[in-house]
Design a protein around this ligand. Structure first.
Ligand code: IMP
Ligand code: MG
Length: 191
């Protein structure tokens, strides 16, 4: 795998910007759910870094759970609109204040499907907290109650977001220069 510095175009959200904003979001969420408890539902895998930082800034009693969805194959960079739940929640959400924690809202298909899926279980409340919002790419309207940053229509990686599964561990969000990036061969395509 190439060193991330070879494919990095521009750092869009620095580590300091991320941490400052997440502190603000944590405070806002804590105010909104004062005297209540909160169930944070993280969508794997991109939302993991955001969840672990955000939950440490939330002061109301909280619990966490995880679910996984896929909307497209590993090598594609566009949502197909076909969203499949690949791992369901462990705990019941009936009657609970659920906050979905997601890395990025792009076309909106993922969040729209997950909201529809979770609503059938009748949580007490259901809101969305997205670190990044790419509004230019939206194909379906979705509510974003808590938003970290609005970013331009560029493919980004770092802080949970991957480029073909790599670079999730970087502490910042950067755009990729796709001309300098050479994807590894997809093993599924090798006959
Ligand atoms: P949506 O269903 O099109 O809104 O896509 C949401 C999912 O696509 C996110 O949870 C990410 O996993 C992935 N995604 C969208 N844009 C990017 C990006 O710029 N970098 C990395 N992953 C992305
Ligand atoms: Mg994701």
């Amino acid at each position: 795998m190439q060193d991330y510095r070879e494919v990095l175009d521009e750092i869009l959200v620095s580590e300091e910007m991320l941490q400052t904003r997440i502190t603000e979001l944590g405070a806002e969420i804590s105010r909104d759910y004062e005297h209540e408890s909160l169930h944070l539902v993280c969508i794997l895998r991109g939302g993991v870094l955001f969840l672990t930082d955000l939950m440490r800034r939330i002061t109301v009693p909280n619990t966490i759970d995880f679910m996984a969805v896929t909307s497209y194959g590993a090598a594609a960079r566009q949502s197909t609109g076909q969203v499949r739940i690949t791992m369901d929640l462990k705990d019941e959400i009936y009657g609970r204040n659920v906050l979905l924690v997601e890395d990025i809202v792009d076309s909106g298909y993922t969040i729209a499907s997950v909201l529809k899926f979770l609503e059938t279980r009748h949580p007490r409340s259901l809101r969305v907290c997205a670190l990044l919002d790419k509004p230019e790419r939206r194909e379906v309207e979705v509510p974003i109650h808590y938003r970290g940053f609005t970013i331009p229509n560029k493919f980004v990686f770092g802080y949970g977001l991957d480029l073909d599964e790599y670079y999730r561990n970087l502490p910042f969000v950067a755009s990729v220069n796709l001309e300098r990036y050479t994807p590894a061969i997809d093993p599924e395509e090798v006959v």
